[in-house]
Design a protein around this ligand. Structure first.
Ligand code: FES
Ligand SMILES: [Fe+2]
Length: 403
């Protein structure tokens, strides 16, 4: 984030601190409970939000450090993997072998049926584990060994690409990898990111290094898990022992870009900068910068300089698989660095998994009980209203009147 913009944001933050205010939505917003618990509404979301209406933030350039690197990105009805070709280009494919449908990369499972590998590197070709059909990194079927001539009669079709991997729209821009998981419509970055990609790009994602990732399944609607990132109101109470000593609840100064948004979650230390000359002011050193990349990703860039990508894969109306990926600004070469980033990883995952997501699971159970008709977002939680209203544009959901 450039310095001029940081100073502008800080001036806005300071004026809110002085007035004891925070940016507000026009009015409280009523979100009926069926938006979280109804299977009908959930299916509409899958058919709209996750069927190609919006490109999804699948990862970052450091997820594919060299040709043959790949990572999986499983979304509803879209088992996807992304790989870098020998030409350096990032491409997304359905992770489905065109012979008889095997998962092509990341197919190994543990005893509980969870995939063991979500990333790797393959030397030049992608070979299916089932019968060894082999594709090049551009997705073309180049070998089907040991078949006793069983496919001779469709050689022509194979040669003209009818049995190549199914390629999906994919763009690598500003160090981000965007994928449209269904359809063939090219991704129009400026239009579909509504300009936020340029703001994200200021962080230089290409310079980061992948550190580690973990998956977790939670018994909650996917939007409830996203909601927890979009307001500071709960910090003083839910996080009173963990985040509250260091972070402010308010003000939450935010910007919106179509369905996406950006806000700094400020530390208490931010205010003391007023004693310094403007040339020394910094948002980044005194706030976590958070990007909401609709519909299903949160990018958090805390003060220590790492970045963490949280993405949310709806499994059922009340079940969601969360993947958290950490990227760090340096390659680890010492035990001290490893200890430092491990500590940072533990802080982030402990707070969000054990405090936020446990809470959201409890809320899901309460909403699913059918005993209340909806939840209300205060004017002091404007980003929640923005997020849900924007999703509604795709799902055809209009604002519901307050009861
Ligand atoms: S399913 Fe892939 S080679 Fe048979
Ligand atoms: Fe939280």
């Amino acid at each position: 984030m450039n310095h001029i913009r940081q100073v502008e944001i800080l001036k806005e933050i300071f004026s809110h601190i002085d007035a004891n205010t925070t940016p507000m939505a026009e009015a409280p917003y009523w979100n009926p409970v069926d938006r979280y618990v109804s299977s009908t509404h959930y299916n509409t979301e899958l058919q709209t939000l996750f069927q190609g209406a919006l490109p999804l933030l699948a990862g970052f350039s450091p997820d594919l450090p060299s040709p043959g690197s790949w990572f999986t990105y499983d979304m509803p009805d879209a088992p996807v993997f992304v790989t870098r070709g020998t030409d350096g280009k990032a491409r997304a494919f359905l992770n489905i072998c065109r012979h008889r449908g095997s998962r092509l990369v990341g197919f190994e499972m543990d005893d509980s049926g969870n995939f063991i590998h979500s990333r790797g590197i393959t030397p030049k070709v992608l070979a299916c584990a089932y019968h060894a059909w082999t594709y090049n990194l551009e997705g073309a079927l180049i070998r089907h060994p040991n078949d006793m001539g069983g496919f001779q009669k469709i050689e022509k079709e194979i040669a003209c690409g009818k049995f190549s991997l199914t390629e999906l729209p994919c763009v690598e821009t500003e160090g981000m990898i965007l994928v449209r998981p269904h359809g063939t419509k090219p991704i129009q970055v400026a239009n579909e990111m509504h300009g936020m990609h340029a703001r994200m790009g200021e962080f230089g994602f290409g310079k980061f290094h992948f550190y580690q990732e973990v998956f977790g399944d939670f018994t909650a609607n996917w939007k409830l898990l996203m909601d927890t990132f979009m307001e500071g109101y709960h910090i003083a109470s839910l996080h009173h022992k963990t985040l509250a000593p260091r972070f402010r609840c308010y003000p939450v100064v935010y910007e919106t870009f179509g369905p996406h948004s950006l806000f700094p979650l400020t530390r208490k230390s931010i205010d003391a900068q007023r004693q310094l000359p403007e040339s020394e002011w910094s948002v980044l050193k005194h706030a976590s910068t958070v990007f909401v990349v609709s519909p299903n990703a949160i990018l958090n860039i805390p003060m220590d300089g790492h970045m963490e990508l949280w993405d949310f894969r709806p499994l059922e109306v009340g079940k969601t698989r969360v993947r958290i990926r950490f990227y760090i600004p340096e390659k680890i070469t010492t035990e001290e660095q490893q200890a430092l980033w491990q500590k940072s990883w533990k802080i982030s995952t402990d707070v969000i998994f054990r405090e936020d997501f446990i809470q959201q699971q409890n809320i899901y159970a309460n909403l699913a009980s059918g005993r209340i008709a909806g939840v209300v977002f205060g004017s002091n939680e404007p980003m929640l209203t923005h997020f849900h209203q924007q999703l509604g544009k795709h799902t055809g959901t209009t604002d519901a009147p307050l009861p």
